[in-house]
Design a protein around this ligand. Structure first.
Ligand code: HEC
Ligand code: HEC
Length: 465
């Protein structure tokens, strides 16, 4: 369905409903049978379209071990988590966790650090394993699952999750089973970790619509920040302060579960380097520490600039993401009650419905658009139940960035188990809400106290965003 038919369908309803359906303004695409989220906005010029598809191919294609005949896409690893972006961001959307520990985790990874501060990396890396546990290695024997000797490169560990389930009972006696994945690192290959290692399991979030998120003026986000809770509504909201490699300075954090990345370019360049092991000018090193000499000795796929990803290919991947649209909301008059409930229990205090993007944004469909991400993009203390106890730049172990809600209900259409919240623990919107604590506790409790039918109306509204 094209944008025009989204618009046509909307004409029959009230103006606000029509506006809200266009969740990404001009950058909205229709969603009749949508199973993928890496769709271009409709208003791209011929050149932008060509760049979009070239960038999309780079995000889809599996990278290969260096040296290879296809030197344009070699340099994988030597340690890595996945061979392609879409390997984790399923169809451009989010990842999914295995339902038990018989299968390794593929779309999520574990961040590591030890206590201390680092201006540039936000936290001090674990001395042997670095910032992230890489669960795959280019070593042939370890790829084939054969026994390895001292000369064979091995993955850092095998990541599994063990689910702990606890029943939750509503005042009306309805029971929901809440699941929580515990990190289980097996076959740790490079000796014991530092005794004070901090761990954070992070699920791949959706990556569409980031061009619009980047186009929101920082001053519009700052308006909702209230770090000292001066208005005493129990909700603070802070802006993360992170290192921008491209500026060589501290900047505002906007992307990632703890808003630990300042812009799309840094997010993508870091993903290439850490998740796939493809070095680039922003992150020019291989994912090996000094304690991993065999890793450091592996051949690289470096080009004449001494990195594996040329700048023009990094830009294409960034342009692809910048020009992915947002799926149209599936809202109808039937969702009015759900919407009112969403507001009356206070979800919108953090899940800020709309913004108008900056007029200075690079293209027509990104500039001056009224968009409906349902996030304030600020950090909130979400309580001990959700805490990873691992600081990330200025974000504490309890703080998380309000997750945007647009397109959330469509994720089910990919046929994968829904996997919400930073570590993918919630298998439904309902579970995600019940896990809310800290600053969100009052709102969560108000939800819990609704009667069953009202809870369902609120959930239906969220799933139609
Ligand atoms: C191994 C799985 C994995 C791979 C491969 C991967 N990502 Fe991610 N991605 C993640 C996780 C996990 C996060 C959240 C990280 C965090 O919060 O620290 C993320 C975050 C993002 C975000 C931020 C989204 C937001 O809402 O803020 C973007 C954009 C993104 N990735 C793009 C990419 C691109 C482009 C590639 C390929 C170069 C890629 N990712 C490869 C797992 C992956
Ligand atoms: C105090 C701020 C705050 C309030 C109030 C709040 N949320 Fe959230 N919400 C967050 C944050 C922060 C996250 C991300 C937490 C995490 O990943 O651990 C989140 C995550 C979610 C998610 C999962 C999104 C995803 O991509 O995984 C859903 C669904 C959600 N909230 C719905 C609601 C609803 C419905 C309400 C009202 C009952 C609500 N929230 C109230 C801050 C808030």
């Amino acid at each position: 369905m094209l944008l025009s038919s989204v618009l046509l369908a909307s004409c029959e309803d009230s103006d606000t409903l029509a506006e809200q359906r266009l969740a990404g303004g001009l950058a909205t695409f229709g969603t009749s049978h949508l199973v993928r989220f890496d769709m271009p906005v409709t208003s791209l010029s011929a050149q932008q379209k060509a760049d979009f598809y070239a960038g999309r191919a780079l995000a889809h294609q599996p990278w290969v071990t260096a040296p290879a005949s296809t030197s344009a896409r070699d340099g994988l690893g030597p340690l890595f988590n996945a061979r392609s972006c879409l390997g984790c961001h399923i169809e451009g959307g989010r990842g999914t966790l295995p339902t038990d520990d018989s299968e390794p985790v593929f779309t999520a990874f574990v961040r590591l650090s030890i206590p201390g501060e680092s201006i540039e990396s936000g936290s001090v890396p674990e001395p042997t394993y670095g910032h992230q546990v890489q669960t795959q290695a280019t070593g042939l024997k370890s790829q084939l699952g054969l026994p390895t000797g001292p000369g064979d490169l091995r993955a850092e560990a095998d990541l599994r999750v063990i689910w702990e389930e606890t029943p939750f009972k509503y005042p009306d006696n309805t029971v929901v089973t809440l699941g929580r994945p515990r990190i289980d690192l097996r076959d740790i290959a490079y000796g014991p970790m530092h005794p004070e290692t901090l761990f954070s399991l992070r699920q791949a979030p959706a990556m569409f619509g980031v061009g619009l998120i980047e186009a929101i003026r920082q001053s519009d986000i700052d308006r909702f920040a209230d770090p000292k809770d001066l208005n005493q509504d129990g909700i603070s909201g802070r802006v993360n302060q992170v290192w921008s490699v491209s500026d060589g300075a501290i900047s505002y954090g906007r992307f990632g579960w703890k808003a630990n990345r300042p812009d799309i370019e840094t997010t993508v360049a870091a993903a290439f380097a850490d998740d796939i092991g493809i070095s680039n000018t922003l992150f020019p090193v291989q994912p090996c520490t000094e304690a991993q000499p065999l890793c450091l000795k592996q051949p690289t796929g470096n080009n004449q600039d001494g990195v594996e990803l040329p700048d023009d290919l990094l830009s294409l991947t960034v342009e692809f993401l910048r020009h992915t649209g947002v799926p149209a909301a599936r809202l109808s008059k039937d969702h009015k009650v759900g919407e009112q409930l969403f507001h009356s229990v206070g979800c919108q205090q953090c899940h800020q419905p709309s913004f108008v993007t900056s007029d200075d944004a690079p293209t027509v469909h990104l500039a001056g658009q009224k968009i409906w991400p349902y996030s304030d993009f600020l950090l909130h203390d979400m309580g001990d139940g959700l805490a990873d106890n691992r600081p990330d730049y200025a974000a504490s172990g309890n703080e998380w960035r309000t997750a945007p809600l647009w397109g959330i209900g469509l994720q089910k259409n990919t046929g994968k188990t829904l996997s919400l919240l930073h570590d993918g623990r919630a298998r439904s919107v309902e579970e995600a809400i019940i896990w809310h604590g800290g600053e969100a506790l009052r709102s969560r409790n108000a939800f819990v106290e609704l009667d069953k039918q009202d809870r369902q109306q609120l959930i239906d509204f969220v799933e139609a965003l």
